[in-house]
Design a protein around this ligand. Structure first.
Ligand code: NI
Length: 201
């Protein structure tokens, strides 16, 4: 058998080496992307310091040992917030005793108008279980960043209070250790209750 190291054969081998190298690069790239995607998903949430409806300071640690169902919005919201909070209230009723392990929390994106008294009265309209949190603009900016919430202020008139707040509408389920578990889609109270129950261990 004759080994052929001619130019044609060498080119072929180089091509195979090249393809193998390219495959390694692709695998490394995919692995890096998966790692980053995972890190980002598990990077949602984190420590916060806010103010409750009685004007008392609360932190994420105040809720350790219970699941937190966190939603961001504002009390003047005409659509997404009342709809979602109604669904949360109904879902918790449907969950029965299991709901005792879940603390629903509404965090305002509009701390200027949503004072502790305003937010307390607002969440009380939906459920006695719901806790409303506000804070200084800096505290709200910090928690918004940690939860990767989209927020954009739109002016609706010349007055200082003539504005509305566009925002992402996501229910975040956080575990008893405070870590992010999953976003819970809010399609109906029934679906919400089923989804929450699935994650309660
Ligand atoms: Ni809203």
């Amino acid at each position: 058998m004759r080994l052929d190291f001619g130019p044609h054969r060498r080119g072929y081998r180089l091509a195979i080496v090249g393809m193998a190298f390219a495959a390694v690069l692709v695998i490394a790239g995919v692995a890096t992307w998966l790692f980053q995607a995972h890190s980002q998903a598990s990077g949602i949430g984190g420590p916060f310091t806010l103010i409750d409806g009685l004007g008392q300071q609360v932190t994420d640690r105040s809720f350790r040992g219970r699941y937190m169902l966190v939603y961001f919005g504002f009390t003047f919201c005409p659509d997404a917030c009342p709809t979602t909070l109604n669904e949360v209230a109904e879902a918790l009723d449907q969950l029965g005793p299991k709901a005792d392990r879940v603390q629903p929390i509404f965090i305002t994106l509009d701390p200027d108008r949503d004072t502790p008294a305003v937010i307390k009265q607002y969440v009380g309209n939906f459920s006695p279980k719901l806790i409303g949190l506000t804070g200084t603009p800096e505290q709200i900016a910090a928690v918004t960043k940690e939860y990767r919430v989209y927020r954009a202020i739109h002016r609706t008139g010349p007055g200082p209070k003539d504005y509305t707040v566009d925002h992402s509408s996501v229910l975040y389920l956080m575990g008893p250790d405070g870590r992010f578990i999953a976003p819970i889609p809010s399609e109906s109270p029934e679906a919400l209750a089923t989804d929450i129950a699935k994650y309660l261990s």
